[in-house]
Write a protein of this length. Structure first.
Length: 202
């Protein structure tokens, strides 16, 4: 298990964890949370397959990032290769933030050997399913039921203090070289509606 099925990759982001981070979205999630920000990442279908070595070579030369965020999809369903990647990244001095739809209790009770390995390379864990009824304007999580858990002291985060300009850091638009627009963070439905209308010229 040294290959990942990636749904997306972003070299630099400031809304997917404290500081400037690269972001990896994996393909496949069984949670099916109502109102999920990334429903296109839920199906267990082939997306972009890449080896841990090749992905590490892509990430490590990126200048001035503090670390990498694992998101999805569900990272714990590709825990083995992500753990191997996390080891490489942390050896290079980078930190790892991991988002998961599983609760801490579910992770503790899991019998997949990759789960504790992924936890071992995670510095900051955001855990729990997205609950649309508990949605809140927070720079690190989408709903109030989710937990932000510091596993190491390497990621400096105390409440909102670890996020620069927290009131405006929920959404980020990135225009790629081919003209595609990547929207990431926690955009509100109203924001998405307005951007879509603007892009359509309505």
């Amino acid at each position: 298990m040294s290959r990942l099925n990636l749904a997306g990759f972003l070299a630099r982001s400031e809304v997917n964890g404290p500081g400037t981070r690269a972001v990896i979205w994996v393909q496949g999630c069984s949670q099916r949370c109502k109102g999920c920000f990334n429903p296109q990442f839920q199906p267990f279908s082939p997306a972009t397959e890449i080896s841990v070595d090749d992905l590490a070579k892509r990430i490590l030369p990126i200048p001035d990032i503090e670390g990498v965020t694992f998101s999805g999809g569900e990272p714990f369903l590709q825990a083995g290769p992500l753990a191997k990647l996390g080891e490489r990244l942390r050896m290079a001095g980078l930190t790892v933030v991991t988002y998961t739809g599983y609760t801490p209790g579910q992770i503790a009770e899991g019998n997949d050997p990759g789960w504790p390995a992924l936890l071992a390379v995670t510095d900051l864990l955001i855990a729990g399913p997205y609950n649309e009824a508990c949605a809140e304007p927070d720079p690190l999580k989408g709903s109030a039921n989710q937990q932000v858990i510091s596993i190491s002291s390497k990621v400096r985060f105390t409440g909102r203090a670890g996020i620069s300009n927290p009131d405006n850091s929920r959404t980020e638009l990135t225009i790629t070289g081919d003209g595609s627009v990547i929207t990431t963070g926690f955009p509100t439905p109203d924001f998405v509606k307005k951007v879509t209308a603007r892009c359509r010229g309505t």
